[in-house]
Design a binder for this molecule. Structure first.
Ligand code: UGA
Length: 427
């Protein structure tokens, strides 16, 4: 079966590559010619473990190809995945123009029955709109399906190949059968729902995970007030299987291209339908405030931050990615700049992307150099590499041995034994 994937961003490239790895003939389309030229040469626009190897392997095997031509992509494909971006507009609504443009371009090339699959995260009702756009250009039969993606950056291939579930929202059993057939080689629970439910499952899942994070962050703030340890509290809570232990790591709050955008889009979507989603308003507010907790702790340690030399470890929104979109580290740097601190930052792989977003700070190419001669070091991203650093050596090189660990990454007893003034979140 030939499958096409429209859009070679995170979701599109991973979907296309993994489907070709499963054994399908996949053609990926992007309107960005330079991106496609580079992909043909095996140059990947994002950092994602295993992705480059799989793109090269499947291209060489002749199962994966890239194009900028809709005619070439759509021709002979039984199933077309739409996986283009849905960035947040200023008002919080998802910008669907790329999805609608893709639907129109697909429709203009359609000559026979196809399943058009929405993989992009789209508000409820988008599937119906895509359907009506296609109907304007094509009078034959077709199906529109919603098949939300639940992959995480940094473990995208694993998440695609071994998902917790596959959701197919459709209006015909023919389309459900085709989709279940495509995913047959992937062993997991597969459910079929109506279009709107599938679209909402994606938003509800991300919003729930974001809620867990904001919840544990509020608990961490209470821990600071009453002398409890949020690590112990989260562990004790997580043992209850109804709660679960994941996504209960307190810290500087969530970031990335998904949670902030999707939580605010769901809140807007609710409002649009006359419903005030109070809980999500609080989730967003708590998340924004959590950035400032680190600044408050830094001030506790140094009194004023004006003119102080501060090292930042981590720029990515989480470990294992070079993505800095909505990264807490960037927000923390902006807050420190307002306090007139002098900043040196280090990240194992995200510096290039961060340089496009921040100016007036120094970027260092080693964690040790970023900590050298500093009054304070802040850990802003949960890179496991930072645990492996020689903290005794760092202490000897700092002007004032003080660490604010915004990710509760390090062992607090060990850090204090070494001689650090060590502050973390809720412990
Ligand atoms: C998230 C979801 O986890 C995926 O299931 C979903 O498919 C994806 O969004 C998407 O919609 O495309 P991702 O943004 O890659 O994936 O990253 P996560 O691992 O979920 O982390 C999001 C943020 O939450 C990061 O800033 C991370 O540091 C933070 N986080 C995560 C915490 O602060 N505490 C935790 O316990 C877990």
């Amino acid at each position: 079966m030939k499958i096409s994937v429209i859009g070679t961003g995170y979701v599109g490239l991973v979907t296309g590559t993994c489907l070709s790895e499963i054994g399908y003939q996949v053609i990926c389309l992007d309107i960005d010619e330079e991106k496609i030229t580079r992909l043909k040469e095996g140059i990947i626009p994002i950092y994602e473990p295993q992705l480059k190897e799989l793109v090269i392997k499947n291209q060489e095997a002749g199962r994966l190809s890239f194009t900028t031509s809709y005619a070439e992509a759509i021709n002979d494909s039984a199933v077309v995945f739409i996986a283009v971006g849905t960035p947040a507009r200023e008002d919080g609504h998802a910008d669907l123009s790329y999805v609608f443009q893709a639907a129109e371009s697909i429709a203009q090339e359609m000559k026979d029955y196809k399943v058009i699959v929405d993989k992009s995260t789209v508000p409820v009702g988008t599937g119906e709109k895509v359907k009506s756009i296609i109907q304007k250009h094509y009078s034959g039969s077709f199906d529109v399906v919603s098949c939300p993606e639940f992959l995480r950056e940094g473990s995208a291939i694993e998440d695609f190949m071994k998902p917790d579930r596959i959701v197919v929202g459709a209006q015909s059993t023919k389309a459900v059968d085709i989709m279940f057939d495509i995913f047959k080689p992937i062993e997991t629970e597969k459910i079929s729902t109506n279009l709107a439910s599938a679209e909402l499952i994606k938003y509800a899942s991300n919003a729930f995970l974001a809620t867990k994070i904001s919840f544990i962050n509020e608990i961490s703030n209470i821990c600071d007030l009453v002398g409890a340890n949020v690590g112990e509290v989260a562990y004790g809570m997580g043992l209850d299987q109804r709660i679960g232990s994941s996504f209960l790591r307190a810290g500087v709050g969530y970031g990335g291209s998904c949670f902030p955008k999707d939580v605010s889009a769901l809140k807007q979507m609710a409002g649009h339908n006359g419903y005030d989603f109070k809980l999500l308003k609080a989730v967003i507010e708590v998340n924004n405030d959590q950035r400032a907790v680190v600044i408050k702790k830094a001030k506790e340690a140094l009194k004023s931050l004006k003119g102080k030399n501060i090292g930042i470890l981590g720029l990515a929104f989480k470990d294992n990615t070079d993505d800095v979109r909505e990264s807490a580290a960037i927000d923390i740097i902006n807050l420190l700049q307002k306090e007139k601190a002098q900043i040196t930052a280090y990240d194992p792989i995200a510096t290039k992307n961060a340089e496009k977003l921040i100016s007036g700070i120094e970027f260092s190419d080693s964690a040790y150099a970023a900590c050298h001669d500093k009054d304070l070091v802040i850990i802003a991203t949960e890179w496991p590499d930072f645990k492996e650093l020689d903290w005794e050596k760092i202490k000897d090189k700092m002007r004032n041995p003080c660490v604010v660990d915004g990710r509760n990454l390090l062992d607090q007893n060990k850090m204090r034994e070494i001689g650090f003034q060590y502050l973390s979140i809720g412990r």
